[in-house]
Design a protein around this ligand. Structure first.
Ligand SMILES: [Zn+2]
Ligand SMILES: [Zn+2]
Length: 138
């Protein structure tokens, strides 16, 4: 692809200085469906940039999240995960290996008007055992 990369566009949009480290973070997240934690992102990107600080990762993630370019999942309170897919979708969580998978199907959920809320979104978490973990459980 010629011209600007997606990472460059996002940096410009967020008013972030375009550094090789940020490019690498954005590149790592682009199309990533593994829902990595900040630590996962740090360890992957710091392989290429050994001098990179955790603060760079955390700050970049916070900027992306604040601008709606990244979903922050608090499924596991001890370990926030990040999802570059910002369109509404639900998640499947494996209780054994803790993997988080996307559910592309949407569900028709209606809440009674009597609650008085103007509903802007929802997020459903399904828990269970993934195919790999199921096969090793007895
Ligand atoms: Zn599993
Ligand atoms: Zn997701």
């Amino acid at each position: 692809m010629k011209g600007k990369t997606r990472a460059q566009e996002i940096c410009k949009e967020l008013g972030l200085k375009l550094t090789p480290q940020r490019m690498a973070i954005l590149g790592y997240l682009d199309g990533n469906i593994a829902h990595p934690s900040a630590e996962d992102i740090y360890s992957a990107v710091s392989k290429r940039f050994p001098g990179m600080s955790r603060a760079t990762v955390y700050n970049t993630l916070a900027s992306l999240r604040d601008k709606g370019k990244l979903l922050e999942l608090t499924i596991d309170p001890a370990k926030k995960r990040y999802d570059p897919d910002t369109k509404p979708h639900h998640h499947l969580i494996c209780l054994e290996c803790k993997r988080v998978s996307d559910i592309d199907r949407m569900f028709d959920l209606e809440l009674p008007d009597s609650l008085g809320y103007d509903i802007t979104g929802n997020h459903i978490e399904f828990y269970g055992y993934c195919p790999e973990c199921r096969s090793t459980r007895t």
